[in-house]
Design a protein around this ligand. Structure first.
Ligand code: THU
Length: 149
């Protein structure tokens, strides 16, 4: 699979390849009958576990869940809060939407984000801080660690 790294230090290639494979596979499971736009995400945590997600749409459109947030809540529900990298696969290589950037930043403000074009396999490497500069977060509230209760 071809790729190009931009910006931050390139993550390990074998981890990137694994995450890209998982994101592409999750994308096949997208439930997107309204937009017909399939998105898959794969999140790698510091322990080496991978959690995947796909977009899940609904006839009540605003209930739609993005692939990134499905992967994130899957990790959280499994007890994983320390993350290393997320890969997002979509036709044309879409970057995470603003809501997903904010959601992910709650847990890792500088998460590595691999954006994968599902058609070509080309990918690029970003950081969440680059995608969501001047983020609102725990610092703004005077909180230093994610609070579980
Ligand atoms: N979508 C994602 O899953 N992730 C994004 O970051 C952007 C958009 C989904 C939501 C919807 O099901 C479809 O793509 C079209 O917006």
């Amino acid at each position: 699979m071809t790729g190009k790294a931009t910006g931050m230090t390139a993550p390990h290639r074998d981890q990137v390849d694994r995450l890209i494979r998982e994101a592409l596979a999750a994308r096949q499971r997208a439930y997107s009958p309204y937009s017909r736009f399939r998105v898959g995400a794969a999140l790698l945590d510091e322990a080496g576990e991978v959690f995947v997600g796909c977009n899940v749409e609904n006839a009540s459109y605003s209930l739609t869940l993005c692939a990134e947030r499905v992967a994130a809540v899957t990790a959280i529900a499994a007890g994983s809060l320390r993350w290393r990298m997320i890969a997002v696969a979509a036709e044309g290589g879409a970057t995470p939407c603003g809501a997903c950037r904010q959601f992910l930043a709650e847990f890792h403000a500088d998460l590595a984000v691999i954006v994968v074009d599902a058609a070509s396999g080309l990918w690029s490497n970003h950081s969440l801080r680059e995608l969501l500069p001047h983020a609102f977060g725990q610092d703004s509230l005077g909180v230093s660690q994610p609070q579980s209760d």
